[in-house]
Design a protein around this ligand. Structure first.
Ligand code: SAM
Length: 385
């Protein structure tokens, strides 16, 4: 059975008396008071010395955490990371974390606190450094979201660290139709092995949970990596993927196998995204529209798929073909030049992947080359599988 924690409401009072959300209808904190009391209960029980919060929004929960730390662990250091430097509900009006600043101006928390805004966690984690003993995850909720962030932070977590995840049943509780895909924290909670798991209210209506990192968490971290093959809701930017990947390869050993696995995973996830586009006709339309936004178009692959893609792109001018670096490039294909993928550089145009091989993917990500991945559904329809 999951453990329970004593709810601790006291740190909520002063911040809520001070916080003035910009307009009615904007929440001070996006956690309920009961959920914040759960979080504060775990902070009181564990007296963390280095707390990392990922996902800040207006900063209402940040203010509550700050007040709680000030009371129970006044020499703790706290870092708050958000991918956006502007408050996502009203970016033109307020910066991320503005409510924390309002509260801190009045209460002057004892603790060190730093906002790290505008980039995802892999860009900050080395500056924050190891020894994190409390992590709060509350970001995008859809995959890969918090799963990627946890894997990025785990090497920097102390043994015994507490990880709190919000919105672990948001897929059922959200009032938004796209909320049905918001299960990233639930996937993490269910796939991770941990010392203890905390889930207070024994009901699927409860939307916050936590676990304690122990040696099993690290030993069986592959369960969490494996959960990354559940279909993603979105593909992170190439810049972010490069940064997450570099952290994983630095900290998780068996580099070559992991690198190959990640590369295949990304390719398959991109193919799955392509399949999500309604049907084959819509996918072709999408490919044409995407390609038209670029001055030149290269097709990766000189086989049947490459030739079929030329037909499908209809009257769109193709600049040439490209192939993997270990593939011969002599001559032309369908009257166009053939180059190695490593010769296609940043700013040259877009690459349409018309090949079974994901070999080119690292070069494409490394150089942030715009690209289109085609679903197997489309290849099957055109007899290329
Ligand atoms: C649900 S809100 C956070 C609410 C906050 N924890 C509270 O209780 O008031 C989600 C926040 O996560 C941020 N976010 C989304 N994706 C992110 C990512 N990959 N890394 C960091 N922050 C992210 C958004 O900009 C937004 O501010």
């Amino acid at each position: 059975m999951y453990r329970k924690t004593e709810l601790f409401y006291e740190p909520l009072k002063e911040p809520y008396d001070i916080m003035k959300p910009i307009e009615e209808g904007f929440p001070a904190g996006e956690m309920s008071k009961e959920e914040q009391a759960f979080l504060c209960g775990l902070i009181r029980a564990n007296s963390p010395k280095k707390l990392l919060e990922i996902g800040v929004a207006a900063g209402g929960t940040t203010a509550v955490i700050g007040n709680c730390l000030s009371k129970v662990s006044p020499d703790a250091r706290m870092y708050s990371v958000d991918i956006s430097s502007r408050y996502y509900r009203a970016p033109e009006k307020e910066s991320t974390g503005y409510l924390y600043n309002q509260v801190n101006e009045r209460l002057r928390f004892a603790n060190f606190h730093k906002f790290m805004l505008g980039r995802s966690i892999p860009f900050w984690i080395d500056e924050i450094g190891a020894g994190i003993d409390f992590l709060v995850l509350d970001t995008v909720h859809s995959l890969p979201g918090e799963v990627l962030d946890f894997l990025c932070v785990l090497p920097y977590l102390s043994d015994g660290a507490i990880v709190v995840m919000h919105d672990i049943n948001y897929n059922l509780l959200s009032t938004y139709s796209n909320g049905v895909n918001s299960y990233a924290t639930k996937v993490l909670f269910s796939s991770v092995r941990a010392g203890e798991k905390y889930y207070d209210f024994d009901s699927p209506r409860t939307n916050i949970a936590a676990f304690r990192v122990n040696c099993d968490t690290r030993e069986d971290v592959w369960n969490v990596f494996s959960s990354l093959s559940i279909t993603w809701e979105y593909i992170p930017t190439m810049v972010d993927i490069k940064k997450y990947t570099s952290i994983f390869l630095r900290h998780y050993g068996i580099t070559e196998a992991l690198e190959e696995w990640l590369k295949s995973l990304l390719y398959l996830q991109e193919k799955a995204q392509a399949k999500k586009i309604g049907n084959v006709d819509k996918e072709i339309e999408h490919i044409r529209e995407t390609v038209k936004k670029h001055n030149s178009t290269y097709i990766y692959g000189t086989g049947l798929k490459g030739a079929r893609m030329v037909d499908l792109l209809d009257k769109i001018q193709i600049s040439g073909f490209c192939v993997s670096d270990n593939y011969p490039t002599e001559g032309e294909y369908l009257g166009k030049s053939v180059r190695h993928i490593s010769e296609v550089s940043v700013g040259e145009g877009i690459v349409v992947l018309a090949s079974d091989s994901e070999e080119c993917l690292w070069h494409i990500y490394e150089n942030e080359i715009p690209h289109v991945v085609v679903s197997d559904r489309l290849w099957k329809t055109y007899n290329c599988l």
